[in-house]
Design a protein around this ligand. Structure first.
Ligand SMILES: [Zn+2]
Ligand SMILES: [Zn+2]
Length: 260
């Protein structure tokens, strides 16, 4: 079996609230499909495009964009991205086809943006596919499946299975639910939201202890935490999570890179 490595970059590990070192939610997966790279972006929070520039990744080369839900912190830069794809002045106009997937509500969301921005975000110079996800997607190097999670009505988490059998799971936003435990079952890397400390617990978000419980129940090999609100000063996230989960725990930071 070939040993192609898939790279995962945390582009943004924060939320909607501006923070010095955390952009809005976004994670990038670069899968090597026998020579040609496939670039898949999950969510598009504030600052995502600048983070791609920091990594010297050409934003016109994204193949897929998958939304977990439509809260502004996860979708903030879509208008900017589509607007930039039309720009010819820097010789970086998008030409290859682009796929945007998301749960129910994507078409309504996109059509409403078009009403506001008119021709400024039209895909005249490339082919844009916008699809509400109904069943698993097969790209040339991955299988992407999904499960409803406990957040908004439409919210889903994604599981990416690679050709080498390894699995990456991204929760999006969620409270504790069987959905996320099932989705994460035996994953090699689980990127799990950890929005609030226990003192500020909300039903539709996780805490370090709940994240640890989910990772333990799902028996994942590595847990990476993300989506932090600026409420963790003086709080030891690692210790709270460690009480429940004995595997590897990483407190996510912007531009961290993982391979699976
Ligand atoms: Zn949300
Ligand atoms: Zn969020």
């Amino acid at each position: 079996m070939s040993e192609l490595k898939t790279e995962i970059y945390l582009l943004g590990t924060g939320c909607a609230i501006p923070q010095k070192k955390r952009a809005g939610p976004a994670v990038l997966l670069i899968a090597d499909s026998t020579g040609s790279k496939e670039i898949i972006l999950f969510d598009l929070g504030r600052g995502t495009l600048d983070k791609l520039a920091n990594l010297d990744i050409d934003f016109t080369l994204l193949d897929y964009l998958l939304f977990t839900h439509y809260h502004p912190d996860h979708t903030a830069e879509l208008v900017n991205l589509l607007f930039a794809y039309r720009d010819t002045r820097f010789g970086r106009k998008r030409e290859k086809e682009f796929f945007i997937y998301g749960p129910k509500g994507l078409l309504n969301f996109y059509n409403n943006l078009c009403k506001v921005y008119n021709s400024k975000i039209n895909a005249d110079n490339y082919t844009l596919f916008i699809k509400e996800i109904e069943k698993e997607i097969f790209t040339s190097s991955t299988k992407i499946s999904f499960q409803p999670v406990e957040h908004t009505e439409e919210s889903i988490g994604y599981r990416v299975t690679l050709k080498n059998g390894k699995a990456f799971v991204y929760s999006g936003d969620t409270g504790y639910s069987r959905g996320i435990v099932n989705l994460a079952n035996n994953a090699d890397l689980l990127l799990l939201e950890c929005a609030f400390p226990e003192e500020y617990k909300k039903e539709d978000h996780l805490t370090p202890s709940l994240a640890g419980q989910i990772a333990a129940e799902a028996k994942v090999k590595k847990l990476v935490l993300t989506h932090f609100y600026p409420l963790f000063q003086g709080i030891n996230i690692y210790d709270r999570c460690r009480k429940y989960y004995s595997g590897e725990i990483v407190i996510g930071e912007d531009l961290m890179r993982f391979t699976i």
